[in-house]
Design a protein around this ligand. Sequence first.
Ligand code: MG
Length: 250
Amino acid sequence: MIIVKNATELQKVKRACELAAKALKLTGERICAGMSTRELDRIIREFIVKNGGKPSSLGYRGFKGSACISVNEELIHGIPSKKKILKDGDIVSVDIAANLDGWHGDNAYTFKVGKVSEKAERLLQITEECLYEGIKAALPGNRIGDISNAVQTYCENKGFYIVKKYIGHGIGRDFHEDPDVPNFGKAGKGPRLVPGMTICIEPMINSTTEEVKLLSDNWTVVEANGNLSAHFEHTIAITEGLPVILTKLN
Ligand code: MG
């Protein structure tokens, strides 16, 4: 069931989103070569907790991290680890969701560590552009499929691969709510968008195949050919007019 939020509830989602966005901004300021993903995770957790929130991912289905931190061919759900040391040229997808007063906000960004390859630059650029193509389609009266189709069409026209096994979602009191928000599909299909819906649009894009593999830790999802992958996400609210990006800081 899709839960449409009233003005008061939207404010609560917005506050959680701002906390998640600030944590992601801090991540961008602190990430560097030589740091372990566990250290980055600690910085994120401490920031969220200090600001009165809880990391939504910590303990979620047993996940041992305050963020998902996925390096290079890792697409999503990377488990922070002391053994995983970032190095120059890595791309690092960091997915942060925060729970503030019982409401959730969720965002992700793929960061560059030092100077990255041209291939990586292009993958990051296109994945982020896909996110904004999806957001542009999030208009009242449109359907979820219009978002999905906008993301897929842009991605495929640029020669990259949409991962279909994992998708975006609604968000609110629950970290994952209806509706599903796939990054692929037909325009004009799926639930209709109405003002007050809060959804996470999160293109997950691979360099050389749409296939992914699950590592033996049962969490980390990697590009099946071992090539680079990227993930960008915003939480948005559908309004009477243009969508509002709740995880965008002013
Ligand atoms: Mg999400």
